[in-house]
Design a protein. Structure first.
Length: 332
C-alpha cells in the first residue's frame, strides 16, 4: 500500500512540475543500485570477505547443533543407567547449550545481527559515492528526477535510454583508479623512507649503500668514457674520409696537393675533439662530486637529527622521572 501511495505522490509531483515548467519538458532518469554494486570492485571484494565470515558462522552453528544432538543421543542411551538427579543435570546442560545456540544465531544472523550490521557498514560508503556521482551527472545533464529501480518504488516500466547506471559506474571506476594510483605512490614513498631509515640506523647498511652507489657511479663513468672514445674514433674517421675526398678531388682537377693543409685541419679537428672530451669529463666529474657531497651532507643531517631526537627523548624521560619523584616526595 505504501508503494502505491509513494508512486501516486510522485506522479502528482510530476504533473504539478509539468504544469509549472512550460519552457521545457521534464527529464527523468533512473539507476539500478544492485547492478552498480555488482560492478564496483571494492564492494565485490568486501562482499566476498563478508560471505566468508557468514560461512564460518554457519559452520560454527552447525558444529554446536551436532554437539547438542550428541548430548541428546548420549542421554537417551544412558538414561536407564542414570539417577534422576544426573538426568536432570544432563537435561539442564542441553537446555543451556540450546539457549546459547539460539542467542549466537540471533547475534550473527538476526535483524540486528553482525551480518546485517556489517553489510550496512559495507554498503554505506559506496552508496555515498553513488549518490555523489548521481548528483554530478544530474547537474551536468539537467535531470529533474533520478529514481532507484531496486528500491521500494514500484516501476512498472522504464525505457532503457533513461538508465544512467553505466554512467555512474564509469564515474566510480575513474575515481577508484585515481585513488589506487595515489595509494600506490604513497606505498612507494613509505617504502623508500623505510629503507632510508634502516640505512641511517645501521652504519653497515649505510656503508653498503655507499659501495653500491660508488659501483654505480663507476659503471656510469665507464660507459661515458666508452662513449667519448667512440665519438673521438668517429671524428677521426670523418677527418680521414674528408682528407681522402679532398685529395681525390685535387687529383681530378689537377691542383697542387694540399696535404700539409689537410694535416693542419686534421690536427685542429682532433684538438677540438680532445678539448670537448676533456670538458665533458670535467663536467661529469664535477656533477659526480656534487652528488656525493650532497648525499654525504644529507646523511650527516639525518644522523644529527636522529641524535638530537634521541637526546631530547632522554631529557624528557629524565624530566618526567624527576617530576614523578618530586611529587612522590612532596606527597603528605
Amino acid at each position: 500500500m505504501k508503494k502505491y501511495i509513494s508512486l501516486a505522490l510522485i506522479i502528482s509531483l510530476l504533473i504539478t512540475y509539468n504544469v509549472k515548467s512550460q519552457s521545457r519538458g521534464i527529464k527523468i532518469g533512473y539507476i539500478d543500485m544492485e547492478y552498480i554494486l555488482e560492478k564496483v570492485p571494492d564492494y565485490a571484494e568486501a562482499k566476498n570477505q563478508l560471505d566468508q565470515k557468514a560461512e564460518k558462522w554457519k559452520q560454527e552453528i552447525e558444529t554446536k547443533k551436532n554437539d547438542i544432538n550428541k548430548l541428546k543421543e548420549a542421554l537417551k542411551t544412558e538414561k536407564v543407567l542414570l539417577t534422576k538427579e544426573l538426568i536432570e543435570e544432563r537435561e539442564e546442560e542441553i537446555t543451556f547449550q540450546e539457549n546459547e545456540l539460539i542467542e549466537y544465531t540471533q547475534k550473527k544472523f538476526g535483524p540486528n545481527g553482525d551480518l546485517i550490521t556489517q553489510k550496512s557498514v559495507l554498503i554505506k560508503p559506496i552508496q555515498d559515492q553513488v549518490f555523489n556521482a548521481v548528483q554530478d551527472i544530474a547537474d551536468a545533464k539537467k535531470y529533474d528526477y533520478v529514481f532507484d529501480k531496486s528500491s521500494d518504488l514500484t516501476m512498472l516500466f522504464a525505457a532503457k535510454k533513461h538508465d544512467i547506471s553505466d554512467r555512474v559506474v564509469q564515474v566510480l571506476m575513474r575515481a577508484g583508479k585515481r585513488e589506487q594510483v595515489s595509494k600506490k605512490q604513497q606505498k612507494l614513498d613509505e617504502e623508500k623512507q623505510r629503507k632510508q631509515d634502516m640505512i641511517d640506523d645501521n652504519p653497515e647498511l649505510s656503508d653498503r649503500q655507499k659501495l653500491i652507489e660508488q659501483r654505480k657511479a663507476d659503471r656510469l663513468k665507464m660507459i661515458e668514457d666508452k662513449k667519448i672514445a667512440a665519438d673521438q674514433k668517429k671524428a677521426d674517421a670523418d677527418a680521414k674520409r674528408k682528407q681522402l675526398l679532398e685529395e681525390k678531388t685535387g687529383k681530378k682537377t689537377g691542383t697542387v696537393s694540399d696535404k700539409p693543409i689537410t694535416n693542419i685541419a686534421k690536427d685542429s679537428i682532433k684538438s677540438n675533439t680532445i678539448d670537448k672530451v676533456a670538458e665533458k669529463k670535467a663536467v661529469a666529474e664535477e656533477a659526480k662530486k656534487k652528488t656525493l657531497d650532497d648525499r654525504k651532507k644529507a646523511i650527516e643531517d639525518r644522523k644529527k637529527a636522529a641524535e638530537e631526537k634521541r637526546l631530547k627523548v632522554i631529557a624528557d624521560r629524565e624530566a618526567a622521572k624527576k617530576t614523578k619523584e618530586d611529587a612522590k616526595n612532596n606527597k603528605p
